[in-house]
Design a protein. Structure first.
Length: 202
């Protein structure tokens, strides 16, 4: 079976990506499967730059076609922050819980609704081919109290008005129908299918 490395050490992301690409007929490999512990410095100016850096680093280390995700939360009342820095927001070292607390501290004096979006950039790196990118966005708002146990990161604070639920109140299947990552990966599927078909012929 043809192999695709999913270049992420983030457990929450991996669970979602493995479920979304599981039916493509590819063997999905994680860094842990290969004993790869690469920590890529995410110092790019855009999500695409960071996703490309991650995909390239893991491709070089493994020799395998690689898919990487760079994503973040953009809150309008904070001028789009934490954005690219979603994973290291507030005093460091931080945890997912401390970053959520810091986000609410930053927002407490701002008028609601605290409109926001999640954004995901997917980079697909294959030896000898130009890197390809897809993007997905999910609109919602930040609420002042956590709700739900599912998902990861900012999910308990990210409310979807149309559903009346936070991301953390959705099942994996529900989140994977509408999330930023799901939208980006839906566009990535035909790209992956075409790439791997070409490879079969060469
Ligand atoms: P990075 O892409 O590894 O730089 O990290 C993205 C960060 O954005 C995560 O650590 C989370 O804090 C946040 N994030 C991205 N996607 C999601 C999501 O689906 N739910 C909650 N938080 C997310």
């Amino acid at each position: 079976m043809k192999k695709l490395l999913i270049a992420s050490n983030n457990r929450g992301k991996l669970v979602e990506i493995l479920a979304l690409l599981g039916d493509l007929g590819l063997e999905l490999i994680t860094p842990a499967d290969l004993g790869l512990t690469i920590d890529v410095l995410e110092d790019g100016q855009t999500y695409a730059e960071n996703a490309a850096k991650k995909a390239q680093a893991f491709l070089e280390a493994s020799g395998l076609p690689t898919l990487a995700d760079d994503s973040g939360l953009e809150v309008d009342a904070l001028g789009g922050r934490p954005g690219l820095h979603s994973n290291r927001f507030g005093p460091q070292p931080s945890t997912e819980a401390s970053r959520r607390r810091y986000l609410l501290e930053m927002l407490q004096d701002k008028p609601r609704p605290w409109t926001a979006r999640f954004r995901a950039l997917i980079a697909i790196a294959v030896p000898g081919r130009p890197m390809q990118f897809t993007e997905g966005v999910c609109e919602g708002e930040i609420i002042p109290e956590e709700r739900g146990q599912g998902g990861f990161g900012y999910d308990p604070l990210f409310y979807l008005p149309a559903l009346g639920k936070t991301m953390a109140e959705l099942s994996l299947e529900e989140k994977n129908r509408l999330s930023h990552r799901a939208r980006a990966l839906m566009q990535a599927r035909p790209i992956l299918q075409a790439l791997f078909e070409d490879w079969g012929e060469s």
